[in-house]
Every structure is written in structure tokens, then in C-alpha cells.
Design a protein around this ligand. Structure first.
Ligand SMILES: [Zn+2]
Ligand SMILES: [Zn+2]
Length: 79
């Protein structure tokens, strides 16, 4: 069974439909839903701005990224 992850918070769902139905607190657009991470499942996820590696999207996106062009924003996973 496939897993689908949100690119903003790393929450995991078994279908894209259920993933994108739920509100995402880390989505930079206020009140927006989870959005599909379109990369493949990996052992390590790399921030596309600073290159830091984490073992899950959830931990990657929970820490602030100094190189993110949006001030105060978190790391964002590269595909
Ligand atoms: Zn989310
Ligand atoms: Zn980063």
C-alpha cells in the first residue's frame, strides 16, 4: 500500500483524497489543506533551501530554515 505525505507537515495518509481533505497547520497559506509531497519515499529528506537532511518530512518541516526566502518559514523537502 502506498503512503502519501504532506509536503508542509509530513502527515501520512493512505490516499491522496484523504490527505488533501484535512487542514494543514504548517501550510503557509492560512486555512489551506495538506498538499501532496510529489517526491518518492526516501530514507532521508533534504531541504531544498539549505540542504539539511532529516529522516522524515515531519521532522524536517518542524525546524526553521534560515535560507528559506519566506522569513521564519521551515525547511521544505526537495523532491
Ligand atoms: Zn500538512
Ligand atoms: Zn532548510
Amino acid at each position: 500500500m502506498a503512503n502519501y505525505y504532506c509536503k508542509w507537515c509530513g502527515v501520512k495518509h493512505s490516499s491522496v483524497a484523504s490527505l488533501t481533505a484535512g487542514p494543514c497547520l504548517r501550510n503557509p497559506v492560512k486555512g489551506a489543506k495538506h498538499e501532496l509531497y510529489e517526491g518518492s519515499e526516501k530514507k532521508q529528506y533534504i531541504c531544498k533551501y539549505c540542504g539539511i537532511k532529516h529522516s522524515s518530512i515531519a521532522s524536517l518541516t518542524s525546524a526553521p530554515c534560515l535560507k528559506n526566502p519566506r522569513k521564519g518559514a521551515k525547511h521544505e523537502p526537495a523532491l
